[in-house]
Design a protein around this ligand. Sequence first.
Ligand SMILES: [Cu+2]
Length: 500
Amino acid sequence: MCKVFHIFSLSAILISGCSNDTQSNDQNNQHMMNQNNNEGNHHMMGDSAMGNGHMSHDDVVRLEDSTGENELYIPPLLTSETTEGTEYIVKAQKGKVNIFEGVTTETLGYNGDLLGPVLQFKKGETVKIKTINELDEETTFHWHGLEVSGEADGGPHKTLSPSEEALIEFEVTQEAATLWFHPHPEGKTSEQVYKGLAGLIYIEDSNSDKLEIPKEYGKNDIPLVFQDRIFDEQGQLDYKAVMNEDGTIGDTLLVNGTVNPELTVGKEQVRLRLLNGSNARNFTFKLNTGESFVQIATDGGFLNDPLKLNEVTLTPSERAEIIIDFSQLNSTDDLSLINEDGSILLPFDVSNQEVDRTQTLGQLNDFAVTEEEKNMPVTKNIELFGMMDHVTINGKKFDSRRIDFTQKQGVTEVWEIYNRKDMMGGMIHPFHIHGTEFKILSRNGIEPEENERGWKDSIAVHPGEKVKIAVQFKHKGVYMFHCHILEHEDNGMMGQIEVK
Ligand SMILES: [Cu+2]
C-alpha cells in the first residue's frame, strides 16, 4: 500500500501519509480536506483526523489552547523502601483516569494510573530498583540519560514478560540533572509511552545542594512533562486508530497528565523542569508577553551560567530547566507559557503575595569542551535518513542480532551525525544515545548555541545538517542509539553499540 502511494502520488504522501488500512486513509483524506478548508472548529475530543499532521510540514496540527480550568497535577516524589534510602519499586501497570470530567480514560502508568512518580537519586549512592511488569504485554524499564551499564539500561533486550520482576542495581556517578524513564520494548515503545508510561528522574549532588536556585519540590521547583495526545469520542487513547508512521501528533495537550492545566505560583523565582515527552511534536516554549527567562540546565546537567532567553525549543525527549522570575515581570495578568504558534500551553495563576527570596544566580557549573576534544577526528559516522516506515540509520533498519559499532569504555570518540535530506526535504530527527551524556562540538562546523553548551543525551538534527559530538561511555554493555520520534524508533531507526 505504501509503495503504491510512493509511485503514484508523492503529494499524497506529503499531505496524508501512507497507511495500511482504509479507515486511516479516510482519516487522512479528511485531514486533507480540513487543511484545505482551513477548518479549525474541531472539538476537544472526537476529531482524530486532526491527529495525522505530518512532521515534515511546518504547520503541524495546532494544539488546543489550555483553558487553565484544572490545577496542574504534581506527581509524588518516590521515596525509598529502606532506611538506606536507595531501594525503590517501580511497577508498570494499567490505569483508569478521569482526565476529562465524567469520563474514564484507560491509561498506563508507573505505580499509579498515568505517568509515574519522580525518582530522586543522589550522586554517589547505590540504587536498587525492583521493576515489576503488571501489564498484559512485554515491557522494559529504560532510564533515559542515566549513565549505567547496558544490563541496567533497560533497552529492548531487557524485556519483562507480564507479571515478571527484575532487580536492577547501579551506582549514580553523574552530576545533578533532570532525566526521565520510559519503556523501550522493540516495536512497542511508541504505544506504551503514548498511553502513559513515562516519569522523571532527578539527580542531585553537592553542587545542586549548595546552588542558590529554587528547589522546593512542587512549590518553586516544578516538574513538567509536556505531551500531545488525541482522544476519541469516548475519551480514549486509541493509539492504533490514530498512529502516524511519521510520529503521532495530537491536538490535545497534557501536562503531567492534566488537560487544560494551570500552575499556581508565588511572585518569586520559579524553576520549571521541562521535558518534551511527546512521541513526535516539537515545542518552542516562550512567555506570551515575550519577556525573557533564564535557562539553567540542559538534558544532563547545569549550564555554566544562567542564560537569558526569550524561547527554548525542545524536540522529543530533550529537557531544559528554566527559571522565570514572577516578581520581575511587567504584569502577571493572563500570563502563560505558549508554543511557537501562539497556542497556550500553561497559564500561570500568580499570587499577589510577594515572596522575598529572590536570589542572584551565580555560576552553576564547570562544563568544558577541551581543545583535545575539538581536534579529535571523526571515528563514527551516523547517517539518518527517511520518513514514514522508510527510516534508516546508515541505510539499515534495527536488527537486535546486529552490533553496528563498538567503542572502548572510558574512551572518547567523535561521532558525526548527518541528517541526509530526502526528495521532500526531510525532517528533524531527535537523535539519542543510551547510557551516556555527550558534548556537542559543532553544528555544520560552527560552535553550538550557548544553551547547548552543556551535557546532552538527545539532539535535534535538522535536514542536511552535520553535527559532531564527543561521546564517552563510563560503563560496558550493549546500548541503543536511535531517533526519538518514537514511531521512527519502532520503525527501525535504531542501531546498537557495544562498549567493551
Ligand atoms: Cu526520526
